[in-house]
Unconditional design. Structure first.
Length: 435
Protein backbone atom coordinates (compact mmCIF):
# COMPACT_ATOMS: atom_id res chain seq x y z
CA UNK A 1 0.00 0.00 0.00
CA UNK A 2 1.29 3.47 -0.88
CA UNK A 3 2.25 5.68 2.05
CA UNK A 4 0.17 8.74 2.93
CA UNK A 5 2.54 11.75 2.87
CA UNK A 6 2.26 15.51 3.34
CA UNK A 7 1.83 16.01 -0.42
CA UNK A 8 -1.32 13.85 -0.39
CA UNK A 9 -2.69 15.83 2.57
CA UNK A 10 -2.09 19.16 0.85
CA UNK A 11 -3.82 17.93 -2.32
CA UNK A 12 -6.91 16.95 -0.30
CA UNK A 13 -6.95 20.38 1.41
CA UNK A 14 -6.67 22.15 -1.96
CA UNK A 15 -9.62 20.18 -3.33
CA UNK A 16 -11.70 20.87 -0.20
CA UNK A 17 -10.92 24.62 -0.32
CA UNK A 18 -11.88 24.74 -4.02
CA UNK A 19 -15.22 22.98 -3.44
CA UNK A 20 -16.25 24.74 -0.22
CA UNK A 21 -14.49 28.07 -0.23
CA UNK A 22 -13.16 27.38 3.29
CA UNK A 23 -9.54 28.32 3.90
CA UNK A 24 -7.61 25.44 5.51
CA UNK A 25 -4.19 27.08 5.18
CA UNK A 26 -2.11 25.16 7.70
CA UNK A 27 0.87 27.29 6.97
CA UNK A 28 -0.48 30.12 9.12
CA UNK A 29 1.36 30.51 12.41
CA UNK A 30 -0.27 29.28 15.61
CA UNK A 31 -0.02 31.68 18.55
CA UNK A 32 -0.69 29.95 21.90
CA UNK A 33 -1.00 33.24 23.80
CA UNK A 34 -3.63 34.61 21.42
CA UNK A 35 -5.57 31.36 21.59
CA UNK A 36 -5.50 31.46 25.40
CA UNK A 37 -6.84 35.01 25.35
CA UNK A 38 -9.70 33.92 23.07
CA UNK A 39 -10.58 31.08 25.46
CA UNK A 40 -10.55 33.47 28.44
CA UNK A 41 -12.79 35.90 26.59
CA UNK A 42 -15.26 33.15 25.75
CA UNK A 43 -15.35 31.98 29.39
CA UNK A 44 -15.92 35.54 30.66
CA UNK A 45 -18.69 35.98 28.12
CA UNK A 46 -20.37 32.78 29.31
CA UNK A 47 -20.05 33.84 32.94
CA UNK A 48 -21.61 37.19 32.14
CA UNK A 49 -24.46 35.59 30.23
CA UNK A 50 -25.15 33.15 33.08
CA UNK A 51 -25.14 35.90 35.68
CA UNK A 52 -27.49 37.96 33.52
CA UNK A 53 -29.90 35.00 33.16
CA UNK A 54 -29.92 34.39 36.91
CA UNK A 55 -30.97 38.00 37.55
CA UNK A 56 -33.83 37.88 35.05
CA UNK A 57 -37.46 37.86 36.16
CA UNK A 58 -38.34 34.17 36.53
CA UNK A 59 -41.19 32.16 38.04
CA UNK A 60 -38.58 29.65 39.20
CA UNK A 61 -37.12 32.37 41.45
CA UNK A 62 -40.52 33.16 42.95
CA UNK A 63 -41.21 36.18 40.73
CA UNK A 64 -44.91 36.66 40.08
CA UNK A 65 -47.05 38.64 37.65
CA UNK A 66 -50.65 39.14 36.64
CA UNK A 67 -51.39 39.33 32.93
CA UNK A 68 -54.43 39.80 30.70
CA UNK A 69 -55.03 40.94 27.13
CA UNK A 70 -57.66 43.09 25.40
CA UNK A 71 -58.07 43.21 21.62
CA UNK A 72 -58.53 46.84 20.56
CA UNK A 73 -59.18 46.13 16.88
CA UNK A 74 -57.08 46.60 13.72
CA UNK A 75 -54.53 44.09 14.97
CA UNK A 76 -53.74 46.01 18.18
CA UNK A 77 -53.67 44.11 21.48
CA UNK A 78 -53.24 45.78 24.87
CA UNK A 79 -51.62 43.53 27.46
CA UNK A 80 -52.14 44.59 31.05
CA UNK A 81 -49.24 43.44 33.24
CA UNK A 82 -48.89 43.63 37.02
CA UNK A 83 -45.31 43.04 38.14
CA UNK A 84 -45.46 41.65 41.70
CA UNK A 85 -41.71 41.07 41.93
CA UNK A 86 -38.69 42.99 43.18
CA UNK A 87 -37.18 42.69 39.70
CA UNK A 88 -37.90 44.73 36.61
CA UNK A 89 -39.59 42.71 33.87
CA UNK A 90 -38.34 43.12 30.30
CA UNK A 91 -40.44 41.32 27.71
CA UNK A 92 -38.68 40.36 24.51
CA UNK A 93 -40.33 41.55 21.30
CA UNK A 94 -41.32 38.04 20.29
CA UNK A 95 -44.41 35.91 20.84
CA UNK A 96 -46.07 32.68 19.86
CA UNK A 97 -49.75 32.81 18.91
CA UNK A 98 -51.44 29.51 19.76
CA UNK A 99 -54.87 27.92 19.30
CA UNK A 100 -56.20 26.11 22.37
CA UNK A 101 -57.94 23.01 21.00
CA UNK A 102 -55.23 22.12 18.47
CA UNK A 103 -52.21 23.28 20.52
CA UNK A 104 -50.81 24.51 17.21
CA UNK A 105 -48.95 27.76 16.65
CA UNK A 106 -50.51 30.25 14.22
CA UNK A 107 -47.54 31.20 12.08
CA UNK A 108 -47.00 34.84 10.99
CA UNK A 109 -46.45 35.84 7.38
CA UNK A 110 -42.96 35.04 6.17
CA UNK A 111 -40.56 37.91 6.78
CA UNK A 112 -43.10 39.91 8.78
CA UNK A 113 -42.57 40.93 12.40
CA UNK A 114 -44.88 41.76 15.27
CA UNK A 115 -44.40 45.23 16.74
CA UNK A 116 -44.09 45.75 20.51
CA UNK A 117 -44.08 48.87 22.66
CA UNK A 118 -43.73 49.49 26.43
CA UNK A 119 -42.13 46.09 27.07
CA UNK A 120 -40.48 47.09 30.38
CA UNK A 121 -42.56 46.83 33.55
CA UNK A 122 -40.80 48.15 36.70
CA UNK A 123 -40.84 46.17 39.94
CA UNK A 124 -44.04 46.39 42.01
CA UNK A 125 -45.91 48.33 39.34
CA UNK A 126 -48.40 47.84 36.54
CA UNK A 127 -48.19 48.77 32.89
CA UNK A 128 -49.75 48.17 29.51
CA UNK A 129 -47.68 46.60 26.76
CA UNK A 130 -48.99 47.16 23.23
CA UNK A 131 -48.65 44.49 20.54
CA UNK A 132 -49.37 45.20 16.86
CA UNK A 133 -50.16 42.06 14.86
CA UNK A 134 -51.55 43.80 11.78
CA UNK A 135 -48.53 43.32 9.50
CA UNK A 136 -47.67 39.80 10.59
CA UNK A 137 -51.03 37.97 10.68
CA UNK A 138 -54.23 37.58 8.70
CA UNK A 139 -56.44 39.55 11.06
CA UNK A 140 -59.62 38.75 9.12
CA UNK A 141 -58.98 35.09 9.85
CA UNK A 142 -58.19 35.71 13.52
CA UNK A 143 -61.33 37.83 13.89
CA UNK A 144 -63.50 34.97 12.64
CA UNK A 145 -65.30 33.51 15.70
CA UNK A 146 -64.00 30.11 16.76
CA UNK A 147 -66.35 27.21 17.36
CA UNK A 148 -67.37 25.96 20.79
CA UNK A 149 -64.99 26.70 23.65
CA UNK A 150 -61.92 27.25 21.47
CA UNK A 151 -59.74 30.33 21.89
CA UNK A 152 -56.38 31.89 21.08
CA UNK A 153 -53.57 32.68 23.47
CA UNK A 154 -50.13 34.29 23.42
CA UNK A 155 -46.96 32.84 24.86
CA UNK A 156 -44.80 35.78 25.93
CA UNK A 157 -41.24 35.60 27.21
CA UNK A 158 -38.34 37.56 28.61
CA UNK A 159 -35.73 34.92 27.77
CA UNK A 160 -36.22 32.88 24.60
CA UNK A 161 -39.26 30.96 25.94
CA UNK A 162 -37.20 28.99 28.47
CA UNK A 163 -39.08 27.25 31.26
CA UNK A 164 -40.11 29.64 34.05
CA UNK A 165 -39.63 32.66 31.80
CA UNK A 166 -42.61 32.38 29.50
CA UNK A 167 -46.25 33.24 30.23
CA UNK A 168 -49.57 32.31 28.67
CA UNK A 169 -52.16 35.01 28.06
CA UNK A 170 -55.54 34.40 26.40
CA UNK A 171 -56.79 36.84 23.77
CA UNK A 172 -60.20 37.13 22.07
CA UNK A 173 -60.16 38.56 18.55
CA UNK A 174 -63.92 38.12 18.14
CA UNK A 175 -66.96 38.18 20.36
CA UNK A 176 -67.33 34.80 22.04
CA UNK A 177 -70.55 32.89 21.57
CA UNK A 178 -70.39 32.32 25.35
CA UNK A 179 -70.75 35.63 27.16
CA UNK A 180 -69.36 35.91 30.68
CA UNK A 181 -71.85 36.94 33.32
CA UNK A 182 -71.31 40.34 34.91
CA UNK A 183 -72.88 41.69 38.10
CA UNK A 184 -73.10 45.29 39.23
CA UNK A 185 -74.34 44.60 42.78
CA UNK A 186 -74.04 41.49 44.97
CA UNK A 187 -77.03 39.17 45.25
CA UNK A 188 -77.73 38.92 49.00
CA UNK A 189 -78.63 35.68 50.83
CA UNK A 190 -82.25 36.81 51.15
CA UNK A 191 -82.53 37.61 47.44
CA UNK A 192 -80.93 34.30 46.52
CA UNK A 193 -83.05 32.07 48.77
CA UNK A 194 -85.88 33.76 50.62
CA UNK A 195 -87.64 30.44 51.33
CA UNK A 196 -84.58 29.00 53.09
CA UNK A 197 -84.11 32.15 55.17
CA UNK A 198 -87.70 31.71 56.31
CA UNK A 199 -86.76 28.32 57.82
CA UNK A 200 -84.25 29.98 60.17
CA UNK A 201 -85.31 30.85 63.71
CA UNK A 202 -87.19 34.13 63.50
CA UNK A 203 -84.94 36.01 65.93
CA UNK A 204 -81.85 35.00 63.93
CA UNK A 205 -83.10 35.83 60.42
CA UNK A 206 -81.80 39.43 60.29
CA UNK A 207 -78.24 38.12 60.58
CA UNK A 208 -78.67 35.89 57.52
CA UNK A 209 -80.62 38.48 55.55
CA UNK A 210 -77.77 40.97 55.78
CA UNK A 211 -74.54 41.03 53.78
CA UNK A 212 -71.44 43.17 54.21
CA UNK A 213 -67.90 43.16 52.82
CA UNK A 214 -66.54 45.20 55.74
CA UNK A 215 -64.54 42.78 57.97
CA UNK A 216 -65.05 44.88 61.11
CA UNK A 217 -68.81 45.09 60.59
CA UNK A 218 -68.95 41.39 59.74
CA UNK A 219 -67.15 40.46 62.98
CA UNK A 220 -69.46 42.69 64.99
CA UNK A 221 -72.55 41.03 63.47
CA UNK A 222 -71.09 37.58 64.13
CA UNK A 223 -70.43 38.36 67.81
CA UNK A 224 -73.95 39.72 68.24
CA UNK A 225 -75.36 36.65 66.48
CA UNK A 226 -73.49 34.17 68.70
CA UNK A 227 -74.56 36.03 71.84
CA UNK A 228 -78.19 35.85 70.69
CA UNK A 229 -77.77 32.15 69.85
CA UNK A 230 -76.54 31.42 73.35
CA UNK A 231 -79.56 33.11 74.95
CA UNK A 232 -82.01 31.29 72.65
CA UNK A 233 -80.43 27.86 72.95
CA UNK A 234 -80.34 28.07 76.74
CA UNK A 235 -84.14 28.02 76.61
CA UNK A 236 -84.28 24.75 74.62
CA UNK A 237 -85.56 21.75 76.57
CA UNK A 238 -82.81 19.39 75.54
CA UNK A 239 -79.11 19.26 74.70
CA UNK A 240 -77.46 21.04 71.78
CA UNK A 241 -74.81 18.64 70.48
CA UNK A 242 -71.85 20.46 68.93
CA UNK A 243 -70.41 19.14 65.70
CA UNK A 244 -66.86 17.79 65.67
CA UNK A 245 -64.14 17.98 63.08
CA UNK A 246 -61.92 14.87 63.29
CA UNK A 247 -58.87 15.49 61.13
CA UNK A 248 -58.35 11.80 60.44
CA UNK A 249 -61.78 11.50 58.80
CA UNK A 250 -61.58 13.09 55.35
CA UNK A 251 -62.31 12.62 51.65
CA UNK A 252 -60.12 10.02 49.97
CA UNK A 253 -60.51 10.30 46.22
CA UNK A 254 -60.51 7.15 44.13
CA UNK A 255 -57.66 6.28 41.76
CA UNK A 256 -59.93 6.91 38.78
CA UNK A 257 -60.19 10.66 38.28
CA UNK A 258 -63.62 12.05 37.38
CA UNK A 259 -63.96 14.51 34.49
CA UNK A 260 -65.43 17.84 35.56
CA UNK A 261 -64.24 20.03 32.67
CA UNK A 262 -63.22 18.58 29.28
CA UNK A 263 -61.05 21.63 28.51
CA UNK A 264 -58.74 20.74 31.43
CA UNK A 265 -56.24 17.83 31.30
CA UNK A 266 -57.40 14.67 33.05
CA UNK A 267 -54.60 14.74 35.63
CA UNK A 268 -55.67 18.26 36.69
CA UNK A 269 -59.37 17.56 37.29
CA UNK A 270 -59.04 17.34 41.08
CA UNK A 271 -57.35 20.74 41.05
CA UNK A 272 -60.74 22.12 40.05
CA UNK A 273 -61.96 21.34 43.59
CA UNK A 274 -60.82 22.22 47.09
CA UNK A 275 -61.50 20.77 50.54
CA UNK A 276 -61.41 22.75 53.80
CA UNK A 277 -62.77 22.80 57.33
CA UNK A 278 -64.69 26.03 57.77
CA UNK A 279 -66.67 27.74 60.52
CA UNK A 280 -68.43 30.10 58.07
CA UNK A 281 -70.43 29.68 54.87
CA UNK A 282 -69.99 31.33 51.47
CA UNK A 283 -71.44 34.59 52.79
CA UNK A 284 -69.05 34.51 55.79
CA UNK A 285 -71.95 33.68 58.14
CA UNK A 286 -71.34 31.53 61.24
CA UNK A 287 -72.59 27.99 60.55
CA UNK A 288 -72.76 26.58 64.11
CA UNK A 289 -73.40 27.79 67.64
CA UNK A 290 -69.78 28.87 68.16
CA UNK A 291 -66.64 29.86 66.29
CA UNK A 292 -65.14 26.43 66.99
CA UNK A 293 -67.75 24.36 65.15
CA UNK A 294 -66.60 23.52 61.64
CA UNK A 295 -67.96 21.76 58.59
CA UNK A 296 -65.97 19.80 56.04
CA UNK A 297 -66.58 21.91 52.93
CA UNK A 298 -66.00 20.78 49.34
CA UNK A 299 -65.78 23.66 46.87
CA UNK A 300 -65.60 24.13 43.12
CA UNK A 301 -62.75 26.31 41.86
CA UNK A 302 -63.71 28.75 39.12
CA UNK A 303 -61.25 30.78 37.00
CA UNK A 304 -60.37 34.40 37.54
CA UNK A 305 -59.93 34.93 33.82
CA UNK A 306 -60.69 32.99 30.67
CA UNK A 307 -58.13 30.30 29.99
CA UNK A 308 -57.17 29.59 33.61
CA UNK A 309 -57.17 25.80 33.80
CA UNK A 310 -57.03 25.27 37.56
CA UNK A 311 -57.18 27.16 40.81
CA UNK A 312 -59.04 30.44 41.13
CA UNK A 313 -61.95 31.36 43.40
CA UNK A 314 -63.70 28.76 45.58
CA UNK A 315 -67.47 28.34 45.53
CA UNK A 316 -68.47 26.14 48.51
CA UNK A 317 -70.88 23.45 47.32
CA UNK A 318 -71.16 20.66 49.87
CA UNK A 319 -71.21 21.08 53.66
CA UNK A 320 -70.62 17.97 55.78
CA UNK A 321 -71.28 18.10 59.54
CA UNK A 322 -69.85 15.33 61.73
CA UNK A 323 -71.08 14.26 65.16
CA UNK A 324 -69.92 11.76 67.73
CA UNK A 325 -72.24 8.78 67.38
CA UNK A 326 -72.59 8.27 71.13
CA UNK A 327 -74.10 11.76 71.58
CA UNK A 328 -76.93 11.70 69.03
CA UNK A 329 -79.06 8.78 70.27
CA UNK A 330 -81.14 10.73 72.80
CA UNK A 331 -84.33 12.15 71.15
CA UNK A 332 -83.90 15.28 73.27
CA UNK A 333 -80.57 16.05 71.60
CA UNK A 334 -80.43 18.61 68.81
CA UNK A 335 -78.15 19.84 66.09
CA UNK A 336 -77.91 23.60 65.50
CA UNK A 337 -76.88 24.46 61.93
CA UNK A 338 -77.03 27.87 60.27
CA UNK A 339 -79.78 29.21 62.48
CA UNK A 340 -81.92 26.06 62.41
CA UNK A 341 -82.60 23.68 65.28
CA UNK A 342 -83.04 20.04 64.18
CA UNK A 343 -83.51 16.73 65.92
CA UNK A 344 -81.24 13.92 64.82
CA UNK A 345 -84.31 12.14 63.55
CA UNK A 346 -84.76 15.05 61.14
CA UNK A 347 -81.05 14.86 60.34
CA UNK A 348 -81.36 11.22 59.30
CA UNK A 349 -82.35 12.22 55.75
CA UNK A 350 -78.96 13.91 55.33
CA UNK A 351 -76.81 11.03 56.64
CA UNK A 352 -74.10 9.87 54.21
CA UNK A 353 -71.58 8.08 56.44
CA UNK A 354 -71.51 6.19 59.72
CA UNK A 355 -68.94 4.12 61.61
CA UNK A 356 -68.46 3.07 65.20
CA UNK A 357 -67.41 6.57 66.31
CA UNK A 358 -68.79 9.20 63.93
CA UNK A 359 -71.84 9.99 61.83
CA UNK A 360 -71.57 12.42 58.89
CA UNK A 361 -74.40 14.42 57.33
CA UNK A 362 -74.46 16.28 54.03
CA UNK A 363 -76.45 19.33 55.14
CA UNK A 364 -75.97 21.42 51.98
CA UNK A 365 -79.76 21.80 51.67
CA UNK A 366 -79.67 23.85 54.86
CA UNK A 367 -77.40 26.33 53.08
CA UNK A 368 -79.23 26.71 49.76
CA UNK A 369 -82.36 25.33 48.12
CA UNK A 370 -81.30 25.40 44.46
CA UNK A 371 -77.80 25.23 43.04
CA UNK A 372 -78.27 27.77 40.22
CA UNK A 373 -79.43 30.83 42.20
CA UNK A 374 -76.94 29.99 44.96
CA UNK A 375 -73.94 29.87 42.58
CA UNK A 376 -75.15 33.05 40.91
CA UNK A 377 -75.23 34.74 44.30
CA UNK A 378 -71.76 33.46 45.19
CA UNK A 379 -70.28 34.72 41.92
CA UNK A 380 -71.97 38.10 42.29
CA UNK A 381 -69.97 38.73 45.49
CA UNK A 382 -66.71 38.77 43.53
CA UNK A 383 -65.34 41.10 40.85
CA UNK A 384 -62.34 38.88 40.07
CA UNK A 385 -63.97 35.81 38.50
CA UNK A 386 -64.69 34.64 34.97
CA UNK A 387 -68.03 32.89 34.73
CA UNK A 388 -69.71 31.52 31.61
CA UNK A 389 -71.69 28.46 30.51
CA UNK A 390 -68.59 26.26 30.50
CA UNK A 391 -67.73 27.22 34.09
CA UNK A 392 -71.34 26.61 35.12
CA UNK A 393 -71.19 23.15 33.55
CA UNK A 394 -67.99 22.47 35.50
CA UNK A 395 -69.70 23.39 38.77
CA UNK A 396 -72.69 21.18 37.99
CA UNK A 397 -70.40 18.23 37.23
CA UNK A 398 -68.49 18.67 40.50
CA UNK A 399 -71.73 19.00 42.46
CA UNK A 400 -73.33 15.94 40.86
CA UNK A 401 -70.26 13.74 41.28
CA UNK A 402 -69.74 14.44 44.97
CA UNK A 403 -73.45 14.42 45.78
CA UNK A 404 -73.53 10.89 44.44
CA UNK A 405 -70.19 9.61 45.70
CA UNK A 406 -69.12 11.60 48.76
CA UNK A 407 -70.46 9.07 51.28
CA UNK A 408 -68.28 6.27 49.94
CA UNK A 409 -65.26 8.59 49.57
CA UNK A 410 -65.22 9.52 53.26
CA UNK A 411 -62.71 7.50 55.23
CA UNK A 412 -59.58 7.48 57.35
CA UNK A 413 -56.14 8.29 56.04
CA UNK A 414 -53.18 7.50 58.28
CA UNK A 415 -51.14 10.43 56.97
CA UNK A 416 -53.92 12.88 57.77
CA UNK A 417 -53.72 12.19 61.49
CA UNK A 418 -50.14 13.44 61.72
CA UNK A 419 -51.11 17.10 61.18
CA UNK A 420 -53.93 18.87 62.99
CA UNK A 421 -55.47 21.53 60.68
CA UNK A 422 -56.12 24.97 62.09
CA UNK A 423 -59.36 26.90 61.71
CA UNK A 424 -60.36 27.50 58.07
CA UNK A 425 -57.56 25.09 57.19
CA UNK A 426 -56.68 22.77 54.37
CA UNK A 427 -57.65 19.13 54.52
CA UNK A 428 -55.28 16.59 52.97
CA UNK A 429 -57.16 14.93 50.12
CA UNK A 430 -55.47 13.97 46.88
CA UNK A 431 -54.16 16.48 44.38
CA UNK A 432 -56.74 19.19 44.93
CA UNK A 433 -56.38 22.90 45.46
CA UNK A 434 -56.19 24.72 48.79
CA UNK A 435 -56.76 28.30 49.73
Amino acid sequence: MDSFNRTNLQNIKDIFEKKTGVNLDSRRHFHPFKMAMVVVAVILCCWGTTAFAVNLFSALSGDDLGISATYEGNGIVSVQVENRSDKELHFQSVLRLMQWTTSEEIKPFAGKDVSFSNTNIPAHSSGTMTIDLSDAYDMALLETPLEGNDWYYFILTNNQFVFGQNWMCSVDFAESSITPTEYTTPITPLEADAELVAEIMEELRPYFESYTTDPAKRNQLSDEYLALCQRLLEQVDGTIVPSVSPVELTVIDSDKNPTFDTSVPLDMQLQLTSLHRRSTDGYDKIIGASHTEQALVLSACIPQQKGDMAGGVNVPLIYVFTYEKSRITDPQNYAFIRGQLLTFEQMEQYKIYEDGQYVCYDVSHLFYSELGPYVESMVSQRSDVYFDEQVWERIQNIYSYYKENLGRLLGYRDSASSVEPESESDVPSGNRNSE
